[in-house]
Write a protein that binds this ligand. Structure first.
Ligand code: FES
Length: 339
């Protein structure tokens, strides 16, 4: 049975399922609460119940004092709602407020998506999950010095299971470690982040999204799209994927399944070939062709993820059409070396 949580003083409202904790419901709804361990240890998710009934579903080591309990304080990660509830808690943080975190993760799996792209699935400890917003990146380190910066390719609604798309880059130590089979389940990978920037999903924004990505620039887009789907966002999401091999784009079935399942999601594998050697002028030509199919972009945000020339060309095309820097959200990716 679904009940409702109203957060004060923001007035934000979200649904909560019978066996869901208040924190889990909050994250599923795309809200950005203050929290830490998700496990009843740190006390960061302490909030105050001002109306309705809750039920503790998990033992917690963090100790609430008797006066705090009398005043209605509780841990959002350890309680569910028995009725509609009103809760005093700040759930409207900006992505810039999310702290940089250092977490030792373990490899859960290494899966080839394509001969040149591997999906690396990392899992955090139960008590140290990663707070992030879709579209953000983190630094990954194997051992002392094998390091890369990567966008997260999974939904923040699952803050424990993190996916990354690792490209095959000869000469890059991280990529070679993955593609040589030297990274196996249970190996440790240190995570540092997330990084801030303007490339993230703002679930409160009502504008449509025109999304342009090149090759593994698709990785942060997976995070954006899965997050949008988990939030039931109804505005239009128009995705155009570019590639050096347009007829063989990895996870193309995933794109098709999104547009088959959701009326507001439109995906296209663009036939124009774009390579790392494509100049800004060449990228401008193909991007302008896509832009010309959208005669009115006044109610759009643009998301662009790809190598520097591709992103520079997109900024030029769409700023020329009147979009502001705030409306053009960019993620620059040089085959795993991110800026
Ligand atoms: S998030 Fe740490 S106690 Fe709830």
């Amino acid at each position: 049975m679904t009940r409702e949580i109203t957060f004060l003083p923001s007035g934000r409202v979200c649904d909560i399922e019978t066996n869901e904790t208040v924190l889990a419901a909050c994250l599923r709804a795309g809200l950005t609460p203050v929290y830490g361990c998700s496990n009843g240890n740190c006390g960061s998710c302490k909030a105050r119940l001002t109306s309705g009934d809750i039920d503790q579903v998990r033992h917690h080591d963090f100790v609430l004092t008797s006066p705090e309990k009398m005043e209605g304080y509780f841990l959002m990660c350890a309680n569910r709602a028995l009725t509609d509830i009103d809760v005093e808690a700040d759930v409207t943080q900006s992505p810039d407020d999310i702290p940089v975190q250092d977490i030792e993760t373990k490899v859960k799996s290494v899966e080839y998506l394509d001969p040149q792209v591997v999906k690396l699935h990392l899992q955090t400890p139960r008590s140290r999950r990663l707070r992030f917003i879709s579209g953000q990146s983190v630094m990954l380190t194997i051992g002392d010095d094998i390091q890369t910066s990567m966008p997260i390719a999974s939904c923040p609604c699952d803050d424990r299971n993190l996916h990354f798309h690792i490209p095959d880059i000869p000469g890059d130590a991280f990529s070679e470690k993955v593609f040589s089979g030297q990274l196996a389940p249970r190996d440790r990978v240190q995570l540092h982040g997330p990084k801030t920037g303007n490339f993230y999903l703002d679930h409160k924004d009502e504008r449509h999204s025109l999304i342009l990505c090149w090759h593994i620039g698709f990785a942060p887009i997976v995070s954006l799209m899965e997050h949008a789907m988990s939030l039931d966002i109804e505005r239009g999401l128009y995705l155009h994927r570019f590639s050096p091999t347009p007829d063989r784009q990895y996870l193309s079935n995933l794109c098709r399944s999104w547009s088959d399942a959701y009326e507001n999601i439109h995906t296209e594998l663009v036939a124009d070939r774009v390579t790392l050697l494509s100049t800004v002028e060449e990228c401008t030509q193909v991007l302008a062709r896509v832009a010309s199919r959208y005669p009115d972009l006044s109610n759009f945000n643009i998301y662009v993820a790809g190598p520097p020339n591709f992103v520079e060309a997109a900024e030029s095309v769409f700023s020329g059409l009147g979009l502001t820097a705030e409306e053009i959200k960019t993620h620059v990716d040089w085959l795993g070396v991110l800026e």
